[in-house]
Design a protein around this ligand. Structure first.
Ligand SMILES: [Zn+2]
Ligand SMILES: [Zn+2]
Length: 298
């Protein structure tokens, strides 16, 4: 194994530079903190809650925000995915209690009356990722009220995949909602999202988790294999194997066109006639989905 570029210790990761454990932790935290500063993610009056899955990325965000910015809370959604979320939530509970971070957990079962597993048995026509995309986002936004920003664990690989997925499907409104800071400033009920790990790669984030002994068990969602995202992820990894800068170039080029994309989207924001949450139509997607599942239950 190579030696650290900054000292003579054994390197634990080698990409553009090689780092020992101590210097890698410094490098990773500097990258996250400078991303926070560069994009003005956190102001002195902000109250931050981290959308926490118990996985390595959101755990790193919790740890770094607690270390550098003090007050932070964790918000977790229990979809009801046996053998996956039950494990990551145990890891998260342990991490939060060890680090003095308040943890708020909300479940599909309590909020909607069904777990993801039950909903999928009733509605075999729906894709699990589509359903979570709607219900998870809904709960994260509504349960984070009272906080001024939601921090997420999205890393550079996640963002590159999201950009590609929306490009392939020409989803311009969704594309315009990507970026290091998102949220609709025109509606105070929509809480802005920040992504401190925007420039940290998947590999760096995994190395950081190991270096800090976060020990999340790296369990994968059982539904992740079948998803469109998994297909795009493999495609991007193949591309990055021949062009090391493929992902960061995509991100940097995307950031150049993002202001124009945002300006071109003038979606009228509404409030759901049923629950009052911000949405673009008369009724929000979560209320529509939940009522269609309730019909299937009865
Ligand atoms: Zn070193
Ligand atoms: Zn609604």
């Amino acid at each position: 194994m190579a030696k650290c570029s900054n000292c003579s210790s054994k390197a634990i990761i080698a990409s553009e530079q090689a780092f020992c454990k101590k210097h890698f932790i410094e490098y990773f935290e500097n990258k996250a903190v400078s991303t926070i500063k560069k994009f003005n993610m956190i102001g002195s009056n902000d109250r931050i809650i981290v959308a926490s899955s118990g996985g390595k990325d959101s755990t790193a965000v919790l740890y770094i925000l607690k270390k550098y910015f003090g007050n932070v809370e964790a918000l977790a959604i229990d979809e009801g995915i046996p053998g996956y979320r039950s494990i990551t939530l145990q890891d998260l509970e342990k991490f939060c209690s060890n680090n003095g971070i308040p943890l708020n957990i909300y479940s599909y079962k309590e909020e909607f009356g069904f777990s993801l597993k039950e909903a999928l048995q009733l509605r075999k026509d729906l894709s699990p990722c589509h359903m979570c995309g709607i219900l998870r986002r809904y709960l994260l936004n509504s349960k984070a009220r009272g906080f001024t920003k939601i921090a997420t664990g999205h890393n550079l690989d996640d963002e590159a995949q999201s950009i590609m997925m929306n490009l392939v499907k020409a989803q311009m409104p969704l594309l315009s909602r990507l970026g290091p800071v998102t949220g609709n400033a025109r509606d105070s009920m929509f809480i802005p999202r920040i992504k401190p790990l925007y420039f940290c790669t998947e590999k760096e984030s995994a190395t950081y988790a190991i270096a800090n002994n976060f020990a999340p068990r790296f369990v994968q969602c059982p539904h992740s294999h079948s998803s469109f995202r998994a297909f795009i992820r493999d495609m991007m990894n193949d591309y990055a194997a021949v062009n090391k800068k493929a992902k960061i170039n995509l991100i940097n080029n995307f950031l150049k066109i993002l202001p124009q994309l945002k300006a071109a989207q003038s979606t009228q924001l509404n409030h759901c006639s049923n629950c009052g949450e911000p949405c673009s139509k008369e009724t929000c997607k979560a209320c529509k989905l939940v009522s269609s599942i309730a019909v299937a239950i009865n």
